[in-house]
Design a protein around this ligand. Structure first.
Ligand code: GTP
Ligand code: MG
Length: 191
């Protein structure tokens, strides 16, 4: 049986975001990579988190309580949204960095990466920022249903080389890898 996810809080300010004392794992990644869809796949529910084909859908920060383990998954707004203004993107990047550095209860960053794309600069930058600040990274490849097994394996190798950790391959559409991901998240949050 997989854990149960329930929406607990929506945060709009950084202080709210940082002050939550319980263990949390944040889902970060470029806009449209599939963060909210992955929350739904993990929950086994279709409409827990709002999903959209238009990037930039998630604007607030949503906390999902994981029962019975008592930690939180945090669905963050995506970064690198091309149509947001430069100022807006910069502002979000600063907020994200402050959260990663200042949130003492943050156990790890689940870094979501598109299976179809070669390692992208923004993702590599975030990974090295997290690494520099001593934060654990759980790399996750998304949308595996959209590419061949060979392509996925190449992507896994590339990221393993860069991060020293092999990404977990997932698809929110056909639930591939979801049980593996749950196992990794629980092990990371409550070792
Ligand atoms: P922001 O909130 O804008 O940062 O986006 P997000 O990362 O939360 O992405 P979201 O889950 O809203 O999904 C973006 C688009 O990708 C939607 O059209 C989803 O249906 C699609 N998508 C997400 N995961 C998968 C997947 O595993 N397979 C396929 N084929 N499509 C997916
Ligand atoms: Mg989203």
């Amino acid at each position: 049986m997989n854990p149960v996810l329930t929406l607990e809080t929506t945060a709009y300010t950084l202080e709210q975001l940082i002050s939550l004392p319980e263990a949390q794992i944040a889902l970060a990644g470029r806009s449209n990579v599939g963060k909210s869809s992955l929350i739904n796949a993990l929950a086994g529910r279709k409409k827990l988190a709002k999903v959209s084909s238009t990037p930039g859908k998630t604007r607030s920060v949503n906390y999902y309580r994981v029962t019975p383990h008592d930690f939180y998954l945090v669905d963050l707004p995506g970064y690198g949204y091309a149509r947001a203004s430069h100022t807006e993107r910069e502002k979000w990047a600063r907020l994200l960095e402050r959260y990663l550095v200042e949130c003492a209860s943050l156990k790890a960053l689940a870094l979501l990466l598109d299976s179809r794309l070669e390692p992208q600069k923004l993702d590599k930058n975030l990974a090295s920022f997290a690494r520099t600040n001593g934060l654990n990274i759980v790399p996750v490849l998304t949308k595996a249903d959209k590419c061949s097994q060979r392509e996925r394996a190449n992507r896994q190798n590339e990221w393993q080389e860069l991060l020293g950790t092999r990404p977990i391959v997932t698809s929110s559409s056909n639930r591939y890898g979801i049980d593996n991901l749950w196992r990794a998240l629980v092990e990371t949050a409550v070792p």
